[in-house]
Design a protein around this ligand. Structure first.
Ligand code: ADP
Ligand code: MG
Ligand code: MG
Length: 250
């Protein structure tokens, strides 16, 4: 069974259709890259999968492991293992990252019918994962994303992802604003989370990220549709030819 099946999805925002019949199938163990020019609807897709309000699905379906995702509330989606890492992570200055993570993780475990982490167990786990991502302990004491650099925000997202052990991850432009060292650390973190029991969608403008996170499938989006799919080679072709060749297809 596919873990994510998007079928002929049509989405409107404020009475304007943004996705015009998008189809995408992702199987467990696979990493899919979605590339495309600005405004092609990449973030819209990730928001609709996450259940962010303000998007009206007018046609089509999204199935998560065979279940109708669009019937689920956002927190139910998260509990079932859908993890979106947004292009612009929220800042919650008054809440220490550590406390935020523990509350969010325990809420998710509770929703799954699993026992909550005790404080010592949680601390042990979070320290272990943070260390593997080069996240210093004092960053965990600071407010969520408050004053974090681009690289710190991305590492924080990947830390969350590692703790939540999701089934489907959607990473929206995790490379934006990162220098090459920060990019490498973030990509290593993502690669460490690749698993036969996990599917990932990596959204990016640039081929460069895909040198570090090598996808199984590459899709090109243009004007609210997937207009071409292929392998890593497709990303390399885009790097030289650009997106203009797809403008007429959509
Ligand atoms: P991408 O992530 O590929 O750059 P987006 O999904 O952010 O593209 O945007 C796709 C199109 O939808 C753009 O034309 C954008 O202006 C429009 N759009 C996205 N969100 C909104 C919104 N909240 N209100 C109005 N238009 C929006
Ligand atoms: Mg954009
Ligand atoms: Mg975007």
């Amino acid at each position: 069974m596919s873990w994510l099946e998007v079928k002929d999805l049509k989405v409107r925002v404020e009475d304007r259709e943004i996705l015009h019949g998008l189809t995408l199938t992702v199987n467990p163990g696979e990493v899919h890259a979605i590339m495309g020019p600005n405004g092609s609807g990449k973030s819209t897709l990730s928001h609709v999968i996450a259940g962010k309000p303000g998007y009206e699905v007018t046609d089509g379906q999204i199935l998560f492991r065979g279940e109708d995702l669009l019937e689920m509330e956002p927190d139910e989606r998260a509990a079932k293992g859908v993890f979106p890492a947004f292009q612009y992570p929220v800042e919650i200055p008054g809440v220490a990252t550590m406390n935020f993570l523990r509350t969010a993780l325990n809420a998710q475990r509770k929703a799954r019918g699993e026992s909550e982490f005790s404080k010592p167990d949680f601390l042990k786990k979070v320290r272990e994962v943070a260390k593997s991502l080069n996240i210093p302990q004092d960053m965990l004491k600071r407010g969520v994303n408050a004053g974090f650099s681009g690289g710190e925000k991305k590492r924080n997202e990947i830390l969350q992802m590692a703790l939540f052990e999701p089934a489907v991850c959607i990473l929206d432009e995790m490379d934006s604003g990162l220098d090459i060292d920060a990019l490498r650390i973030a990509a290593d973190g993502v690669n460490a989370l690749r698993s036969p029991h996990r599917a990932m969608i990596v959204i990016t403008h640039y081929q460069r990220l895909l040198n570090y996170i090598v996808p199984n499938v590459v899709h090109v989006m243009s004007k609210g549709r997937v207009v071409k799919s292929g392998d890593q080679q497709l990303a390399l072709e885009l790097e030289t030819a650009g997106y203009a060749q797809f403008e007429d297809v959509a």
